[in-house]
Design a protein around this ligand. Structure first.
Ligand code: C5P
Length: 310
């Protein structure tokens, strides 16, 4: 191992959340993962991660949605920095300051986003100059969603979600996210999906032509008609109240609604900024939803930003 540098300026990276426009869950694989065909879209809810040289590895977590994030070595962003250091043979600990605005355990890949941000930030801090492809390859071992949060935009994920292919998507889509009051465990939701399926024979999934067509046209109404999440029945089974949230969103004007990833965040597609504001107000006033966020997609993946002044 080599110690690379000293007195490096801290680096801040902004990383988006994701929503799955389509999440088709295939059979359970021998390694415990399910084969997937998914279409990811990066959306404008962001965590900011600053990495700085330090005597020891560690992190601090701040922001309105920071509750429940580990600050020890089990934090995925710290592990990502350590994995990258080992990958390139660097022995320089860093401290990560994580400012969270992506819901924790919410089905929007908050942990994977922080890992992706840590990879991009350490790459810059250490002057490695690795390509996005290389960073995505390092990220794939850390979590199925990490490569997509490095890439951003709109992409098809296959394998366990980590193998990416870009998708031709036109225009910008407007989203309203209803946040759950308590997170859901991703493994628990997959296990519930298996339980609900029982012994049914599950085919290998492939992206649906209808969704791909809707993305090519950029028509939000068409996209709304093709939103699909195979984990939704499992999330609703574990959290039946999410059914009320989905119904309320559509009643108050959403073009379509879907549980985001493994939930419990519910994603509503709307017909523009005004419709998004109206829906956010109506959902909040209804009392069915505690907290809402508006966002746009697609947006760029993890990227360096000027260091914020505190
Ligand atoms: O890859 P990641 O660590 O994000 O996955 C978290 C958990 O979600 C896995 O341990 C597994 O239980 C479940 N999972 C799955 N199939 C996938 C992705 C995740 O069963 N393709």
């Amino acid at each position: 191992m080599t110690s690379a540098h000293t007195d490096l300026a801290p680096v801040t990276v902004r990383v988006p959340a994701k929503v799955n426009l389509e999440l088709l869950v295939g059979p359970l694989r021998a390694d415990g993962y399910h084969s997937l065909s998914t279409v990811f879209q990066a959306v404008s809810l962001y965590d900011d991660i600053t990495v700085a040289e330090a005597d020891d590895w560690g992190c601090t977590v701040a922001g309105p949605l920071s509750h429940g994030v580990p600050t020890d070595g089990s934090n995925l962003a710290v592990r990502a920095a350590q994995v990258l250091a080992a990958h390139v043979g660097i022995d320089d600990p860093v401290h990560l300051s994580i400012r969270k605005s992506i819901p924790v355990a919410g089905g929007m890949a908050g942990g994977s986003a922080d890992a992706a941000a840590a990879l991009v930030a350490c790459d810059r801090l250490w002057g490695l100059g690795l390509s996005k492809d290389e960073l995505e390859a390092v990220g794939a071992d850390l979590g199925s969603d990490v490569p997509f949060l490095v890439a951003g935009g709109t992409a098809v994920g296959s394998g366990r979600g980590e193998r990416l292919a870009p998708v031709l998507a036109r225009g910008t889509f407007h989203w309203v996210f209803a946040l759950g009051s308590e997170g859901l465990s991703t493994p628990a939701v997959y296990a519930e999906c298996d339980r609900l399926r029982g012994d049914a024979e599950i085919p290998e999934p492939t992206p649906s032509p209808g969704l791909m067509g809707a993305l090519r046209t950029g028509n939000a109404r068409e996209l709304a008609a093709h939103l699909r999440n195979d984990l939704q029945p499992a999330a609703l089974s574990l959290r039946p109240d999410l059914g009320d949230v989905l119904a309320a969103g559509v009643e108050y004007g959403a073009l379509g609604g879907i549980v985001s990833g493994s939930g419990p965040t519910v994603a509503f597609l709307v017909d523009g900024i005004e419709a998004g504001i109206d829906l956010a107000i109506a959902l909040t006033a209804s009392g069915v939803v505690g907290d809402v966020r508006r966002a746009l997609g697609p947006v760029h993946g993890a990227h360096v930003i000027p260091h914020p002044v505190d």
